[in-house]
Design a protein around this ligand. Structure first.
Ligand code: NAP
Ligand code: GFB
Length: 321
């Protein structure tokens, strides 16, 4: 019997993993396996910044495996505003989860980093060997340092206690059940929400920044399959980048144009260049992932975006806005 605890299980990525586990054929590569119990928890079951609540969560579920997603998460503007909070909350969460996994002899933990942890000044493409080769972009140095520390912790737990702790490095993620809150959201949910408001009120759709920065975006349901693969088939302490290919980089303007098209927005559409652009680009290589998996079919960006826009409009009343 395996008990797989997914911390942060009610968020964008957690909900996608739950969807894949519940919809893929049982026993298939990305489906639930016989004898597996999957548990998806939010902070209502325990604030993981608190050691006692974390201890009680592990005592309650006694997980054999953990996919550790729980984190204080946000887009560029929220990260710029709350650097200490992102640093401290995420350090607390990660230390409590990893130490309780060690104490309760959890067989395996996959923790979640992000491509924003990479140095801002380093040769491209970004790959798993470059995480610690320089400072991250200033816009999210709090979050980035907390996330980088997980890689350090994983190596330390392995060296001293032989723990099987590893990590995933997703690129920017989007999909249903995202956080669409205008102030804290990442770019795609933020712009979908903004465009929805502009269309409803007949007001301008204003994109922050110049629109020039480049990003790679992975659809949450694709990322979910990659996490399930990593849980089942990858047991090395070194992280794996979970991303679409370098060739899939798109500009923020291309993203905004795609949102305008997907929402059939006909109103005024402008850019506010007085707002920050953040990191210009962070092109990550998925060569290691594809060589280990033997290939993977990513959902085309526009198809995933159309589905996400449709989900948001249909679930506006219950979405996180
Ligand atoms: P999300 O939608 O904001 O969900 C965050 C999850 O973490 C929620 O279930 C939340 O539960 C939980 N959580 C937050 N603070 C907690 C606390 N103190 N104690 C317990 N649970 C807590 O985030 P997401 O986008 O799914 O991100 C999941 C993981 O992917 C994170 O580790 C993030 O760093 C990483 N990631 C995300 C992206 C992206 O573009 N979204 C990119 C790269 C990496 P409540 O709702 O109850 O607070
Ligand atoms: O997803 P995002 O907020 O974060 O994207 P990062 C920021 C880029 O989108 C900047 C532009 O170039 C912004 O100028 N943008 C345009 C907007 N309009 C908007 C908008 O309405 N909202 C937002 N948020 N951006 C994040 C890190 O960096 O990457 C997180 O801060 C995390 O920690 C995430 O790692 C994956 O891609 O810049």
């Amino acid at each position: 019997m395996s008990v797989i605890l997914v911390t942060g299980g009610t968020g964008l990525v957690g909900k996608a993993i739950q969807h894949i586990i519940e919809t893929e054929p049982e026993g298939s590569r990305f489906g639930k396996k016989p004898g597996e119990q999957w548990i998806f928890v939010s902070s209502s079951e325990g604030d993981l910044r608190d050691p006692e609540q974390t201890k009680r969560l592990f005592e309650k579920y006694k997980p054999t495996h953990v996919i550790h997603l729980a984190a204080l998460v946000g887009g560029l503007f929220k990260n710029m505003k709350y650097k200490l909070t992102f640093l401290r909350d995420n350090i607390l969460i990660n230390d409590n989860v990893l130490h309780n996994a060690y104490l309760s002899q959890t067989k395996k933990v996959i923790s979640c980093l992000s491509t924003c942890v990479f140095p801002d000044k380093v040769t491209y493409p970004l790959d798993e060997t470059k995480i610690h080769l320089g400072l991250p972009h200033d816009s999210n140095f709090g979050y980035a340092h907390a996330k980088r520390m997980v890689d350090v912790q994983n190596h330390a737990y392995k060296d001293q206690f032989g723990c099987n702790f590893t990590s995933a490095i997703p690129t920017n993620v989007f999909g249903p059940h995202d956080n669409f809150d205008l102030e804290g959201a990442h770019v795609i949910p933020g712009l979908i929400h903004k465009c929805h408001i502009a269309k409803k009120n007949g007001t301008p759709f204003v994109v922050s920044g110049t629109g020039k920065p480049l990003r790679q975006f992975i659809y949450s349901n694709d990322l979910a399959k990659l996490f399930i693969w990593q849980l089942r088939e990858y047991d090395d302490v070194e992280p794996v980048i979970l991303s679409v290919g370098e060739g899939e980089e798109v500009s923020i303007k291309e993203v905004a144009d795609a949102i305008v098209k997907a929402m059939d927005f006909k109103g005024e559409y402008t850019f506010d260049a007085t707002r920050a652009d953040g990191q210009f680009r962070k092109p990550a290589s998925n060569k290691k992932l594809l060589s280990l998996m033997g290939g993977f079919q990513f959902t085309p960006f526009n198809e995933a975006l159309d589905f996400t826009v449709k989900w948001f409009v249909e679930n506006y009343d219950k979405a996180r806005t």
